[in-house]
Ligand binder design. Structure first.
Ligand SMILES: *[C@@H]1O[C@H](CO)[C@@H](O)[C@H](O)[C@H]1NC(C)=O
Length: 211
C-alpha cells in the first residue's frame, strides 16, 4: 500500500497556511472590532467598580492550547483541517474532551488516517489524487478526528458517551493502577495536557480503532 506523500504534504501545508491565516481571529479580545461586545450583559452601574469592570478577557479555549504540546502536534494539525471540529474547539458554547493520540501512535498506524484500504481496492493506487481523491482523504481524516473528540466535559469515570463520529459505539474510561484507561479498547491516557474553558485535552498512547 503506498503512502500518499503528495496528499500528506498538501494537507500539512494547507494546515500551516490555515493556521497562520486564522491566528489573528483566534485571539479573543473585547477590543477586537470583529467581535460583538457582550450584548447579553445588563448595563453596568458606573458607581459600582466591580460591575464596571469588563468581564474576564481572553478566556482560554481548546483551540488556543491544542498546538502547545508538541507530542500531539500531528493530531492538532488534523483538528485544524476539519472545519466542524476546529469551530467546535474554538467555541465556548460547547464542551469537548479531545482524545489526542501521540504523534508516535499516529505514525505507527499501518496506513495514514486519511487512507482506506477499501478505497485503494475500488480506485487503485491513485485513490487519493485529483479532486475526488482529495475529497475522499478529507472525509476519512474527518472520521478519524471525530472518533477522537467526545462531545462532553467534564466526562465522569464510567460515563458512557459516543464520540462525534456518526454511528460510533459507546466508550467510557476507568482508572486502572492509577492510570486512566479508555474502554472498551484499553487505551491508556498518558496525561491530561490541558484543562480550559470548553473542555480538556487528553493525550492517548494509541489511536482509537473506530472503523
Ligand atoms: C464546560 O466546561 C467547564 C470547564 O470545565 C465547566 O465549568 C462547565 O460546567 C462545562 N459545561 C457543561 C455544560 O458541561
Amino acid at each position: 500500500m503506498r503512502l500518499s506523500a503528495v496528499c500528506c504534504l498538501q494537507i500539512l501545508s494547507a494546515t500551516a497556511f490555515a493556521h497562520v491565516a486564522t491566528r489573528p481571529n483566534g485571539i479573543r479580545s473585547e477590543s477586537d472590532p470583529q467581535l460583538p461586545l457582550m450584548p447579553a450583559l445588563p448595563p453596568s452601574k458606573p458607581s459600582d467598580p466591580q460591575q464596571s469592570q469588563p468581564p474576564p478577557q481572553g478566556r482560554v479555549l481548546i483551540s488556543d492550547v491544542m498546538g502547545r504540546d508538541r507530542s500531539i502536534n500531528i493530531f492538532a494539525s488534523f483538528t485544524r483541517d476539519i472545519a466542524s471540529i476546529s469551530s467546535r474547539l474554538d467555541s465556548s458554547l460547547e464542551n469537548s474532551t479531545v482524545l489526542a493520540p501521540l504523534n508516535s501512535a499516529v505514525e505507527r498506524l499501518p496506513r495514514k488516517p486519511w487512507e482506506d484500504p477499501r478505497e485503494y481496492d475500488a480506485f487503485g493506487a491513485n485513490a487519493y489524487e485529483g479532486g475526488d481523491g482529495k475529497d475522499r482523504a478529507q472525509r476519512n481524516l474527518r472520521r478519524f478526528v471525530e472518533a477522537h473528540v467526545v462531545p462532553a466535559s467534564p466526562w465522569a469515570e464510567k460515563e458512557k458517551v459516543k464520540s462525534l463520529l456518526d454511528g460510533d459505539r459507546e466508550i467510557w474510561w476507568e482508572m486502572k493502577d492509577g492510570v486512566k484507561v479508555i474502554k472498551p479498547d484499553d487505551i491508556e491516557v498518558q496525561s491530561i495536557a490541558s484543562r480550559v474553558g470548553n473542555g480538556e485535552v487528553w493525550i492517548l498512547k494509541e489511536t482509537r480503532n473506530y472503523a
